[in-house]
Design a protein around this ligand. Structure first.
Ligand code: ADP
Length: 757
């Protein structure tokens, strides 16, 4: 009897196995002879021949006979009986001898059923082999298998089971159980092969390390997926998160970071003290829109129609926006210049941002920057901080859920620097097309591409926007609305929306003629329409209450009922005074909420030439006052000597933005001229302009807002710097119609016109 030790083979009774002739010779010390009895014994480990001992083998082997010796180097052995190895002898020539006894089996197998199952397995294997180049030969081989043991032996090279698992089949006494175990093994391995093949089919010829890694990951994920599909209820949180990360489309750096943290999470488990933080991060990172949105074709006339439908007027603004859209279309880009919308509250800056998104067919997201003074608000906290969070930009992107939203950054003028870093420079990094393709939020710690985001900033004033940020943006001014424009906005937009949100139909409410005008004139005082919107909302809600209480529709609102419907007293309108007195002149100021009229008051008392300035203080105002005094002294030499025995008091009301200070120059000078000459100037005459020591009137900013305020307050005549004449193109006709506008080059022209000279 020849004894042949094997390792990791499937050797079962009632099967044919091939042994290498060389191995046979090596183990037995002689050439194979047909018909010779052979016992296969199974070594526990892969052990060198010389190190084998009786402990090296499992206690059960299998015996059979050689039925064929091929001339291709194989011996075909038919195995028939399981045996217990009773004694093992080792000889110095490396041969082994045994004494064995037959090991009985439990004959519980239903042969018929087994044959059917066998046929099914062979069928499955055959059809699987069709995909292979050498499928034909393989199929013939498969057809030659007659027993489950044959299939086990034939499939053995492709099976993933360990040596121990393979031996366990042999050691199984029940034929039925052995069959079932092997059947399950074969199907499992077949699936594994399929999966492996799927993953391999995408493999390249020249696959380098990276490619190799990808293939392995794919295999793992395929296997994991198959498992997950088998037991969807067992998908735990970590696993779900992992799947989400792998499918998020992250860039290489981000994926690396996420995988690193995922590994840490797996190692620590969900109870680890950092696991909450890690999971929050991974949740956030994996739900960011990493995948690029495709470029949409934009129909310019459709975009225009959308902008027109949502907003009344704002012609210049809309034109500028359409230009931007056209440029983006030509350049095939998702973003263009960073737009900066500047204007008083309620002038439509934010809401037109929303319309732009609609016109472009993109998502809209609004991020408020007001009051931010910490860099981390923009760029996030480092994750080492407890309670660390991403910054507002990444948070906005997260909310938007797409890589190319229209992002409105509200109130850039309200950013301020502090000891916690400069938020403006962080913002610049996010906005700047030169750098924002790899914007790195501290919390994220990996770059994110913001280059497809269309940024729009809004501000009430440009005075407080840091220079470098301002220089990067293209400013579009929102000048505020005239009463006629406000009325149209109310009728076309605010009222229909208010009715809808109060649950009223169009027919439920009728307004007496002049009601809207009265709301505008007596219940609001603003450049925009925010207050107007609120009043109209209140009106509709009050009407809704009436309806609910039983008043029959339609509800009619008369002018005299407004006070009751709005539940407020009319706002005291700042109309110019009736009476004039020397030394007091009407000026025009520009404030964050639009234009305004103000009175500059001057007074002289007996004294010693002292100067007192109250109200709006600051160097600019002091300088303007000094220039005005010098000019007046030179123009009125007689009165100038008297001034040496008098104290002067100048009061400039507070409120205008500091940068607008110099534009009070002409008003200050005129007020002093009026004071010293004793001739009063009508309060219905207003002026704005910076004054030089030579008495020239220099240009100022915010003219449209100032003229609108003048008209609103009942001013009739306005002096403006001649160099500002071009700005009149931006002023509504109805405003110009109601004002006499006189451009001037010098202070003398003003004084002359007012008969002060
Ligand atoms: P801002 O951002 O300038 O403070 P909003 O965009 O919030 O102003 O506008 C306030 C409200 O007024 C919004 O409901 C907006 O729809 C409405 N509104 C402003 N301007 C217009 C306009 N030209 N046409 C229609 N509605 C407008």
């Amino acid at each position: 009897m020849a004894v042949v030790p094997v390792y990791r083979m499937i050797t079962l009774p009632d099967s044919n196995i091939y042994l290498q002739t060389d191995l046979y010779k090596n183990m037995t010390g002689r050439s194979p002879i047909e018909g010779e009895k052979v016992t296969i014994i199974i070594s526990k480990k892969e052990t060198a021949r010389k190190d084998l001992g009786s402990e090296s083998f499992y206690p059960i082997g299998v015996s059979g006979r050689i039925i064929e010796i091929s001339d291709q180097g194989y011996v075909l052995v038919h195995l028939s009986t399981r045996v217990n190895l009773d004694e093992i002898y080792f000889y110095p020539d490396n041969t082994i001898e045994l004494t064995v006894s037959r090991r009985e089996e439990i004959n519980d197998l239903d042969e018929q059923e087994a044959m059917a199952k066998l046929a099914a397995i062979k069928h499955e294997l055959s059809s699987f082999s069709k995909g292979f180049e050498w499928g034909e030969a393989l199929r013939n081989y498969i057809q030659s298998w007659n027993t489950i043991g044959d299939i086990g032996a034939g499939m053995s090279p492709w099976m993933s089971e360990s040596n121990e698992e393979r031996y366990a089949l042999l050691a199984e006494d029940s034929k039925k159980l052995r069959f079932e175990k092997l059947e399950a093994m074969i199907y499992q391995n077949l699936e594994l092969l399929r999966v492996r093949l799927k993953a391999q089919s995408v493999q390249h010829q020249n696959n380098q390390k990276l490619y190799h890694e990808q293939a392995i990951r794919k295999q793992i994920s395929y296997l994991q997926k198959e498992l997950d599909e088998l037991h969807p209820e067992e998908l735990d949180d970590i696993r779900k998160l992992e799947l989400k990360i792998e499918n998020a489309g992250m860039n290489e750096t981000a994926l690396k970071e996420a995988r690193k943290l995922m590994n840490r999470l797996k190692a620590e488990g969900t109870d680890g003290h950092e696991s909450g933080l890690i999971m929050d991060y991974l949740e956030f990172a994996s739900s960011l829109p990493w995948k690029k949105e495709p470029l949409k074709e934009i129909d310019l006339s459709e975009a225009e129609a959308i902008l027109d439908a949502d907003h009344f007027g704002l012609e210049k603004v809309k034109r500028r926006i359409l230009e931007q859209i056209a440029v983006m279309r030509l350049k095939k880009k998702q973003s263009g210049s960073i737009l900066l919308f500047v204007g008083a509250p309620g002038t439509g800056k934010t809401s037109i941002g929303q319309s732009i998104a609609k016109a472009l067919g993109r998502e809209y997201v609004r991020v408020s920057l007001g009051g931010i003074h910490d860099e981390a608000d923009i760029r996030g906290h480092r994750r080492t901080y407890i309670g660390a969070m991403p910054g507002r930009i990444m948070d906005g992107i997260h909310k938007a859920g797409v890589s190319n939203p229209v992002m409105v950054l509200d109130e850039v003028d309200k950013l301020s620097a502090s000891f916690n870093g400069d938020p403006a420079s962080a913002l610049l990094e996010a906005l700047d097309p030169e750098q924002n393709f790899s914007f790195t939020d501290h919390y994220m710690n990996v770059p994110f591409d913001l280059s497809d985001v269309l940024f729009i900033c809004t501000a009430n004033t440009i005075d407080t926007i840091p220079e470098p940020l301002f220089n990067r943006m293209e400013m579009i001014r929102f000048q505020g609305y005239t009463p006629i424009e406000k009325k149209e906005i109310a009728i076309q937009h605010l009222l229909p929306k208010a009715l809808e949100s109060a649950g009223l139909g169009k027919e439920d409410l009728t307004l007496e003629n002049g009601v809207i005008e009265q709301i505008i004139d007596e219940y609001t005082r603003e450049a925009g329409v925010r207050g107007l919107k609120k009043r109209i909302d209140t009106l509709c809600r009050s009407a809704a209450i009436q309806l609910v209480k039983g008043t029959t529709s339609p509800i009619e609102v008369k002018k005299e009922q407004l006070r009751e419907y709005l539940d407020m007293s009319p706002i005291h309108q700042k109309l110019v005074k009736d009476s004039a007195e020397p030394g007091v002149v009407t000026g025009l100021a520009w404030t964050e909420v639009g234009g305004d009229v103000l009175y500059i008051e001057t007074m002289k008392t007996n004294g010693s030439g002292k100067l007192t300035i109250t109200g709006q203080l600051g160097d600019v105002m002091k300088e303007s006052a000094q220039i005005a005094i010098s000019l007046v002294k030179s123009m009125y030499p007689e009165q100038a000597t008297q001034l040496e025995h008098q104290d002067l008091h100048i009061h400039v009301p507070d409120g205008a933005t500091p940068k607008d200070g110099p534009s009070a120059g002409i008003t200050l000078t005129t007020a002093l001229a009026s004071l010293v000459s004793g001739i009063s100037v009508s309060p219905a005459i207003a002026m704005t302009g910076e004054v030089s020591l030579q008495g020239n009137v220099n240009p100022i900013g915010g003219l449209p807002e100032k003229l609108m305020a003048a008209q609103r307050s009942g001013v009739q005549k306005v002096f403006i710097p001649a160099d500002n004449v071009d700005d009149l193109n931006d002023v509504a006709e109805e405003v110009k119609d109601q004002l006499t506008i006189i451009p001037v080059h010098t202070v003398s022209e003003v004084l002359h016109n007012l008969s002060l000279e």
